[in-house]
Structure formats: C-alpha cells, structure tokens
Design a protein around this ligand. Structure first.
Ligand code: SF4
Length: 97
C-alpha cells in the first residue's frame, strides 16, 4: 500500500478507495473517509457489530445492518473527525455528519 505521512500521527493518505456500504435493511448508505479516520475507535465501541478496525487501525464497515438504525447513526455521529457519512438513500438526505 502506498502511504505517506502528512503531518500528524495516523493521518496518512491512502490510495484505497473510500469504504462504503449500503444497508438495504435501513435504506442507508454508510461511507467512511479513509483520510479523516484516525482509528480512535469511538464508533467501533458504540457499534462493534457494524464497524471494526482493520489491520491498519482504520475503521471499516463490516455489517451496515449489524445494529439498530439509531445505534448506527449514533456511532457515525460519535466520530470527532466526521469521517463517517450516512445518507438516507430514499430521500437523499445526509444524516451524518
Ligand atoms: S470514530 Fe472516526 S476516527 Fe475513530 S475509528 Fe471511527 S471513523 Fe475512525
């Protein structure tokens, strides 16, 4: 993987694409920004069935329907960097951030 430091610890530019996942159960699109995520795992603590840290210490979505809708949104909102985006597909409304 190509990566280089851009100033602060854990903040690296990755060539991996943004990691998105569609939850058909809730009609939500989840997206985690690779650059903004610093691996603090606050979201993981709230919704461990939905998110986990990958081998690089960055959050990855493992099951976009792995918890109640409110828990998923709470986990996304908990990110201090706004790294998780949640969009309601039916209305196009961005719920988070
Ligand atoms: S809370 Fe934000 S910065 Fe921390 S692991 Fe989750 S997505 Fe990444």
């Amino acid at each position: 993987m190509f990566a280089f430091e851009v100033g602060r610890k854990h903040h690296v530019w990755r060539q991996k694409p943004r990691l998105g996942a569609y939850s058909a159960v809730y009609g939500l699109n989840l997206d985690r920004d690779d650059v903004e995520c610093t691996g603090e795992a606050i979201c993981v603590d709230i919704a461990p069935e939905v998110l986990r840290l990958d081998e690089e210490g960055i959050a990855e979505i493992i099951d976009p329907a792995g918890a109640d809708r409110d828990i998923i949104i709470e986990a996304a909102r908990s990110c201090p960097h706004g790294a998780i985006t949640v969009v309601e597909v039916g209305t196009g409304q961005q719920l988070v951030p």
